[in-house]
Structures are given as structure tokens and as C-alpha cells.
Design a protein around this ligand. Structure first.
Ligand SMILES: NC(=O)c1ccc[n+]([C@@H]2O[C@H](COP(=O)([O-])OP(=O)(O)OC[C@H]3O[C@@H](n4cnc5c(N)ncnc54)[C@H](O)[C@@H]3O)[C@@H](O)[C@H]2O)c1
Length: 446
């Protein structure tokens, strides 16, 4: 176990004793702000990729197809992955990247020595923050896979670093860019659901087989199910509904309560799939198979967020958005807008897609075809590069990364304290009141 892992593990397992003592949000911001104002445009964005496993490899392929960027450095603890990346990059006709494969902290050398604008990490969860802090300290923008951080302290650390170094720090929440989610955002931003009062999201995905694999996520993800009871992976469900509720841009998460049921699924799976005497059969898990949390926003709205990755079930992110004039529900995708369609009956989203498709999806559909997770991963990567090239604020900023990721530790705190209400820090320090509403451009001209 590395020092970092041990520190995080101790923090996690002692969470019941951890108390968060944060100042109330001031009415006027006192701290510097991470880049929101226009930055100098970067004509060709040079990217250093850290962690080139399943998801990192998929991002790499997207960047090779995206205009205006080059992957100039690659880092992984497994040399076969840096070699694979090098082959992909040169096969695409780009110069061979600098390679960093000298162990788990070699990303520090990448951040300090390579010619880079952006460091992009798709490492296991425990490495996201160290990589981003090293990147920002060295003057690079940072982007990470989800969740950005696993503790509230680490959420503050990325906020403070982004402010101090005036660098972007973006959590790559690909579900914000999925076609139905973007259509819902479009519907909400046109006011068709009225005032949004309630939303629900989740990550309900049977990962039992993946968690027990002897490769890829099996090497690290199951370990979190042994040390964390709460919601370790809230952002896929929360990201899109947070955008519909203008979180950090007119509203913010205020407090939450969380509750987990028993932990059975991984134990049962191990007993069914491993022979007598196999060490997996005696592993002990603490992550409740179903974790449900309620978040109250400062404007009084309510959110339900759920996590379930240890039980047999079809995939869902729930995706409910309910307003004063109508409602959208995902899985299957349907909506009801008062005064349209048949009263009291759902309309299939597919039947009205042409009307509500987000302009970005209409513009980019062909380029995104075939990319990871139905194309949404290409679109999120495209948007990140587009914003850096234009010098405009990124869609998601460090405050979003912190607010969404803080839910990991806060749900754990609430769960382990009989579902007591836990305050969500205001990472924007009051700016949520005046920040403008998110606008995701559909203009591909840059
Ligand atoms: N957004 C999504 O839909 C989605 C899907 C899958 C995974 N993810 C996220 O992507 C990240 C990676 O997941 P994955 O499925 O690709 O896992 P993976 O295990 O396939 O890949 C992780 C890679 O990081 C490398 N690595 C580990 N420690 C490192 C270090 N210190 N320095 C450099 N490289 C290191 C590993 O060798 C491996 O190649 C996780 O944060 C996960 O939550 C997101």
C-alpha cells in the first residue's frame, strides 16, 4: 500500500470520527477564482495522458480523432500500455510521444518535464488527486476521470490548487453528454418543465464480475467495496441532474442524508464463483449493496441519488427530472409536459427527439459514432479541447468536480452515523448565487 493509499484508507475507515468543520459561505467571495474568465486560446492542445487502461485508452482514441490536439506524453505503470499508446499515436500519423513508465509516481516527471498544456488522468480513483495536483503545480490544466476525489479534504485541495495556479481542473463526467441527458437539459433550459423541483439519478450497474476480474478494474475497484460504505461513485447519476438544477450556478447542494442496506452481493458472488479455500471467498465487504441518499439544495429542491453495483440487475442511471410543468424519466426515456400530448400519459423521448435533441448532438453525431459509451465520451473530450482552443470556460469546472465528488465521503459519513444530516461545503464560497447558467455550445466552428 502506498503512503497515499494508507492515508486515504485510514481516513475512510475512521470516517465516523471525522468531523468536517468548515466556515459558513461568506456573502461576498474572498478567495481567488479558478479560471472562468477567458484564458489565452491554445491553438494545438498538447496532452499528457496518465493511466491508459480501458477508459484511458478510449479517451486516447478520441483525442486522435479530435481536431486541435496532440497526445505528446503517455504514462502508465504498465509498459505494455504505454507501448500500445505509442503505437496508436504514431499509426495516426502523429509524432511519437514521450513515455513515462518508471512506476506509480512517474506522472510527476511527466508533469514537470514534458511539453504539455493539459494532463488527463484515467488512473484508479486513489490517484486522481495526486496527478491533478502535480499537473496544476507544474502549470498544466488538469482533467480527470470520475470521481475527481474520494475525500472532502481532497476536494478542497483541488479547488485551492486550481485557484492558486489559475488552471482548469475538470472532472470528465461523460454522462453529462449522453444524448438523452443533453436533450433533457435542452428541455429544462427552454423552460418546458417549468421550475425544476426534484431530480433523481444513480449508478445501478451489475459490476460483480468486473470487480472480481484479475485485471483492469478488478485490480483496484473491489478494494473500495471493502473499505467504504456510502456512495463511492455518485457522479454519473448526479452530474446531469445537477446541471438541470443549476447546481453551482444559481443553487447548490446544501446537506444530505444517506442510508445503506446490507452487503451481500459480492460475498455471494465469491462463494458461487471461486473454489473452496480461494482467498476471495473470505473477503469481507462493507459497501451496502444499495445505497440511497437524499440531497437538499439551498433553494429547497430535493435530489435522490442511488448506487448499486453488487446485485444482479439491468443497467440504469434513473434520470428523473420533475418540474412545475412536467416530468422526464429515463430507463425507458419518456416525458410528460402539461398541455402537450395525451393528459396523464407518457410520450416516448424517441418520438420527439428531433424537436428536443441538443444542438451539440445534432452537430457532432457523425464524428461521435462508434466512440465509447454510445459516443458521449467523444463529445465530452471534444468539448474539453474546444474550450481550451477557444479560451472559453470549460463546461464543468473545479467547483463542480468538488461538489459532486464530495458526495463520496459525505454519504459515507451520514451512512456510518445513522443517516444523520451532513452539510455539503460551498466550494464556490458564495459564487453559486451569481454564476451564470451553464450553456453548452453546439457550434463546431472552432
Ligand atoms: N466515465 C466512465 O464511463 C468510466 C468508465 C470506466 C472507468 N472510468 C474511470 O476511469 C478510471 C480508470 O478506470 P479503468 O476502467 O480504465 O481502469 P483500468 O484499471 O483499466 O485502468 C487504469 C490504468 O491506470 C494505470 N495506473 C494505475 N496506477 C497508476 C499510476 N500511479 N500512474 C500511472 N498509471 C497508473 C493502470 O496500469 C491501468 O492501465 C477510473 O477513475 C474509473 O472510475 C470511467
Amino acid at each position: 500500500m502506498t503512503d497515499l493509499n494508507r492515508r486515504d484508507f485510514l481516513k475512510m475507515s475512521g470516517a465516523a470520527a471525522v468531523s468536517i468543520n468548515l466556515p459558513d459561505a461568506p456573502t461576498a467571495p474572498t478567495a481567488p477564482q479558478a479560471p472562468k474568465a477567458p484564458q489565452a486560446p491554445i491553438s494545438l492542445v498538447r496532452i499528457g495522458m496518465v493511466g491508459i487502461g480501458l477508459q484511458g485508452g478510449s479517451h486516447l482514441e478520441n483525442f486522435l480523432k479530435s481536431p486541435g490536439c496532440r497526445v505528446t506524453a503517455v504514462c502508465d505503470i504498465r509498459e505494455e500500455r504505454t507501448t500500445w499508446a505509442q503505437q496508436q499515436i504514431t499509426a495516426a500519423g502523429h509524432p511519437s510521444p514521450a513515455v513515462f513508465a518508471r512506476g506509480p509516481r512517474d506522472f510527476e516527471r511527466l508533469c514537470e518535464t514534458a511539453d504539455l498544456d493539459l494532463v488527463f488522468t484515467a488512473t484508479p480513483w486513489e490517484w486522481h488527486v495526486p496527478v491533478m495536483l502535480a499537473a496544476m503545480k507544474a502549470g498544466r490544466h488538469a482533467a480527470t476521470e470520475v470521481p475527481a476525489a474520494m475525500t472532502v479534504d481532497d476536494c478542497w485541495a483541488i479547488v485551492e490548487s486550481a485557484e492558486k495556479h489559475a488552471r482548469h481542473c475538470v472532472m470528465m463526467e461523460n454522462c453529462n453528454y449522453d444524448r438523452p441527458e443533453m436533450a433533457v437539459l435542452n428541455i429544462v433550459q427552454q423552460g418546458l418543465l417549468g421550475e425544476v423541483l426534484h431530480a433523481e439519478g444513480g449508478y445501478l450497474h451489475d459490476l460483480r464480475e468486473i470487480k472480481f476480474e484479475k485485471k483492469d478494474e478488478g485490480l483496484w475497484r473491489r478494494a473500495w467495496s471493502r473499505k467504504l460504505d456510502g456512495n463511492p461513485y455518485p457522479t454519473h447519476g448526479l452530474g446531469p441532474i445537477a446541471n438541470c438544477l443549476d447546481i453551482n450556478r444559481g443553487d447548490r447542494f446544501d446537506y444530505l442524508v444517506s442510508m445503506s442496506g446490507p452487503s451481500r452481493g459480492l460475498h455471494d458472488w465469491a462463494r458461487e464463483h471461486f473454489p473452496e479455500g480461494a482467498p476471495e471467498r473470505s473477503e469481507r465487504f462493507v459497501l451496502g449493496d444499495v445505497n440511497t441518499s437524499l440531497i437538499k439544495t439551498a433553494r429547497g429542491k430535493t435530489i435522490v441519488v442511488q448506487h448499486c453495483t453488487n446485485l444482479p440487475r439491468p443497467y440504469s442511471r434513473i434520470q428523473t427530472v420533475q418540474g412545475t410543468k412536467g416530468i422526464y424519466e429515463g430507463y425507458p426515456n419518456r416525458l410528460y409536459i402539461e398541455g402537450r400530448g395525451t393528459p396523464h400519459r407518457w410520450t416516448d423521448l424517441a418520438a420527439v427527439r428531433d424537436e428536443f435533441d441538443h444542438p451539440l448532438w445534432k452537430a457532432i453525431e457523425k464524428q461521435a459514432a462508434g466512440a465509447g459509451h454510445g459516443g458521449m465520451d467523444y463529445i465530452e473530450d471534444y468539448r474539453l479541447i474546444q474550450c481550451l482552443r477557444e479560451g472559453t470556460p470549460t463546461d464543468m469546472d473545479v467547483y463542480d468536480a468538488a461538489a459532486l465528488s464530495a458526495v463520496v465521503e459525505l454519504t459515507m459519513q451520514s451512512t456510518t452515523k445513522r443517516s444523520r444530516a451532513v452539510d455539503v461545503p460551498d466550494f464556490t464560497r458564495g459564487r453559486w448565487r451569481t454564476n451564470p447558467r451553464l450553456k453548452i455550445s453546439g457550434d463546431l466552428s472552432a
